[in-house]
Ligand binder design. Structure first.
Ligand code: DX5
Ligand code: ZN
Length: 241
């Protein structure tokens, strides 16, 4: 299958985002992976300081314990590149982000199934209407069956992102046990884009690729390498053979 290698810009120097993006493309990247996280440190703060009568539980809930970037950063980066911006939304209310990300110039909009159980149809519909490619992601604890309806719908997602670490931070250890999900998806949907994210590097790519993943996200192993182009080429060879 065709490989899509997507460096995670979370590991880049955010103060030089445009030049880091150009460098990755020069090194052979296909996509740029943008991690959007809504941060739950504030939730704990509010939970203990504001009486619940002033603030609904939903307002206080966030998806991951880290806060990264939003649509304005995508919009700024878009002015410097035509590359495919693969946006991974680790947020509790993905629907609220569809329009801003569409306007900002995002290419792919991948939301989490855990955050969209009641409204994924509406999200997919709006993502497509905004000119983006819809995708769904699942956390390590979520069963793969939960995404089947989104792949089999008449307006399906076009990519499934299997998290191979707990979402929130770069630089964590790859979870090989997630490969069962990748194998199951690949067997059931031979031409689906299956993306893996978290802990991918030269020592874990073989397992991911042979399990059936073709879209590879990697932050620390690419940005931490002396020669990022070599790491990208190892990934591509593992996927494409
Ligand atoms: C984690 C993010 C990943 C992360 C990957 O929540 O979704 O994209 O940046 O980083 P590495 O490759 O360092 O595990
Ligand atoms: Zn990601």
């Amino acid at each position: 299958m065709e490989a899509k290698i997507a460096p995670s810009m979370l590991s880049s120097d955010f103060s030089n985002l445009a030049s880091e993006a150009h460098y990755m493309l020069q090194c052979g990247a296909d996509w740029l992976h943008m991690d959007i996280m809504d941060g739950y440190v504030t939730m704990l703060f509010f939970a203990f300081t504001i009486p619940s009568c002033f603030c609904s539980m939903n307002d206080m809930m966030h998806f991951v314990p880290n806060l990264t970037i939003g649509a304005p950063v995508i919009q700024s980066l878009r002015k410097h590149t035509t590359a495919y911006l693969d946006c991974h939304l680790m947020v509790t209310n993905p629907l609220d982000y569809v329009e801003p990300f569409g306007k900002a110039g995002a290419s792919g909009f991948t939301f989490h199934i855990e955050a969209s159980k009641d409204n994924w149809k509406e999200i997919i519909r709006r993502v497509k209407a905004a000119g983006m490619r819809p995708g769904v992601s699942l956390k390590p604890g979520t069963s793969v069956d939960e995404v089947y309806p989104l792949i089999e719908d008449e307006e399906p997602v076009q990519i499934v992102l299997v998290m191979t670490v707990e979402p929130g931070f770069g630089g964590q250890k790859f979870m090989p046990e997630m490969m069962d999900k990748v194998r199951t998806l690949r067997k059931k949907y031979p031409s689906l884009d299956i993306e893996v994210d978290g802990g991918l590097g030269p020592s874990t790519i073989e397992l991911a690729a042979s399990s059936g993943a073709n879209c590879i996200v990697a932050g620390s192993s690419i940005f931490g390498a002396k020669e990022p182009a070599e790491v990208i080429s190892i990934f591509r060879k593992s996927v494409e053979g």
